[in-house]
Ligand binder design. Structure first.
Ligand code: FEO
Length: 170
């Protein structure tokens, strides 16, 4: 069992991962609505990745405590342009990183080694998430978020496919 405080914090993160999935699903819909099919594809893959993150938290909490599902905040529906969507994505991922770090600090404070070990996967995952998003954001700034530059990035983002990791249910 984990402590009540730890269980509350893990359940809050489960909710935030579900909210993250919602944010990217809404971005996918918005990108599709404005004709950016490649961006829609990328955000849909990101949505699936967040659902996998949520499943990991769900399964861990089920193993060690009690799952408490709370309501999920409504995500934003529209964005100015593709650049704003990726600025928002980077800022969202930075927020996720901060929350995961807080959880890991709590696990250390509580000498909860199992939870700390569980969180290491997310700590590594966030390094990759932030780096991937920053790379796309830099491209949008360099190539431009309109015209041929945007068309090129849209084609590139259309190639992303989501492959669940072998331990996705772990
Ligand atoms: Fe679940 Fe993108 O962090």
């Amino acid at each position: 069992m984990v402590s009540d405080k730890m269980a509350k914090a893990l359940n809050a993160q489960l909710n935030f991962e579900l909210y993250s999935a919602y944010v990217y699903l809404a971005m996918s819909a918005h990108a599709d609505n404005i004709g950016l099919k490649g961006f829609a594809n990328w955000f849909n893959a990101q949505y699936q990745e967040e659902m996998m993150h949520a499943t990991k938290f769900f399964n861990y909490i089920m193993d060690r405590s009690v799952v408490e599902l709370e309501s999920i905040e409504k995500p934003r529906k529209e964005y100015r342009d593709a650049l704003e969507m990726f600025e928002e994505t980077l800022s969202h991922e930075q927020e996720v990183t901060a929350r995961i770090n807080e959880l890991a600090s709590l696990a250390i404070d509580e000498k909860d080694h199992a939870t700390n070990t569980f969180l290491q996967w997310f700590i590594n995952e966030q390094v990759e998430e932030e780096s991937t998003v920053k790379e796309i954001l830099d491209k949008l700034k360099l190539a431009g978020s309109t015209g041929p530059g945007l068309f090129m990035i849209n084609s590139e983002l259309n190639t992303r496919t989501y492959t669940p990791p072998a331990d996705a249910q772990a």
